[in-house]
Design a protein around this ligand. Sequence first.
Ligand code: MLT
Length: 327
Amino acid sequence: MRKMSSAIAIGVALLASVTTANAQAQTYPSRPVTIIVPFAAGGPSDAVARILGERLRTTLGQTFLVENVAGAGGTLGVSRAVRAPADGYTISYGHLGTHVFNGAIYPLQYDLLTDLEPLALLPSNPMVVVSTNRVPAKTLRELIAWLKANQTKVTAGTAGAGSGSHIAGVYFEKVTGLRLQYVPYRGTGPAMNDLVGAQIDIIVDQVSNSMPQIRAGTIRAYAISDTKRLAAAPEIPTADEAGLPGFHMTLWNALWVPKGTPREVIAKLNAAVVEAMADPAVQQRLNDLGLEIPPREQQTPAALGAWHKAEATKWWPIIKAANIKPE
Ligand code: MLT
């Protein structure tokens, strides 16, 4: 008899929690949602988060606030998201650097593969080698020669150890035999300001961050790390064409939520992100920045989960072998 009544009690409790989760999901979101961007405002991650955030507000009827929590190559912002309540009101924005490379560089207090739930893969972009206009070089070959001749003096801006711009710089060093001196910023947004102001010499940057300045002629672009030219800037050669064969790197972006976030909430958020990336006006803004939207079948939470694991398996041994020091 007692066994029966406790089984019923458990059943009722379970039913109650499922009903609550469903009810929560139905009313979700009932207040503003925060997207934590682990880099400074004005940079490439910030730009994508704001473009999508605006469109998510249209679909879900609540403001999607971007909170920039920068520092330590993005690990501070990710840590903040991991520790947030699993209620759908905090989203972790990140990329290949923050959610893969950093796992092999920093002694993290969280597990990048299990302490966050995948939400959606976002647009990606290749890297571009850019310099201040003061650098006396017009081609990639001339730039590499100038860098080699001034190795002890030249500076390369990054968003901190493990960031996309840093690892791209390390990769650029490896394929050119150069030694660069890195100047870490809280994001490539502020680094770009100093590149335009000729306070630093080069950045191996995300195309989306450099595009407005390249178009304005305030910086010089030499090559992109992709096998095909950009539709948004067909005048920039690929690294293969510019004399650095094999220098290929694409930085993908994505969204995660804290572990334990209700499935129904993840499904609702994912549907809204997919809708945003299918919106022609959003697509235009992203494409104009040189960003490529992932195919529909890669936009599911499960697809991101599988991709994330595969990327960690591929990159962690490589990054560990490069012996990169955390900040
Ligand atoms: C940023 O938003 O500043 C970038 O994503 C930084 C980077 O990884 O280079």
